[in-house]
Write a protein that binds this ligand. Sequence first.
Ligand code: HEM
Length: 185
Amino acid sequence: MYGLVNKAIHDMVVTSFDEATWNRIRAGAGVEDETFLSMESYPDDVTYRLVRSASELLGTPADGLLEAFGEFWTRFTAEEGYGDLMTATGSTVAEFLGNLDNLHSRVGLVCPHLRPPSFSCTDVTDHSLTLHYYTDRDGLAPMVIGLLKGVGARLGTAIAVERTRRREDGADHDEFHVRFHDVAG
Ligand code: HEM
């Protein structure tokens, strides 16, 4: 994955803990890079090793870290220059989630090695939808839950997410039931 992802992991750790904790996580993961180049592509394994090492060192299940990371990612990318892209992606939850593939296509214009996931929405009502998540990577569905919460926070919309189909259980893709309503004020 692009270095931007590993850089975000670094920032999340340093924001919640400190550089010393990050260095222990990095050492535990056997990662020698002290920093990551946002626009360079790194093997996925580097990201997975960092998450596993953080989970061991912090005593937090990887799923919980991935969910927190997803939420962090929506703030991090906005600060890294992708705020306008997020704004252009949609002003309501349904519009935003319906445009996720366009968002990643736009990112792909500047990150040619991007291997993005794919999303589609069905059963869209004023207050709910079903989000379909397609990827060839394993174990990242918890991150999607955090991403959805981050998107909701950005749009001033309360979001409740339930995982309704899991690849781990043999489904061909992951599915989420998403409910949303505007937060007054
Ligand atoms: C402007 C904001 C965003 C940027 C710049 C961005 C960019 C990226 C990048 C660089 C990757 C790594 C993939 C690779 O390097 O091959 C990625 C992965 C991913 N993105 Fe985004 N993304 C953004 C917003 C979102 C949002 C809002 C969602 C979902 C609600 C999302 C869902 C994901 C997921 C689940 C992955 C993990 C890879 C996978 O599932 O295969 N992204 N994105």
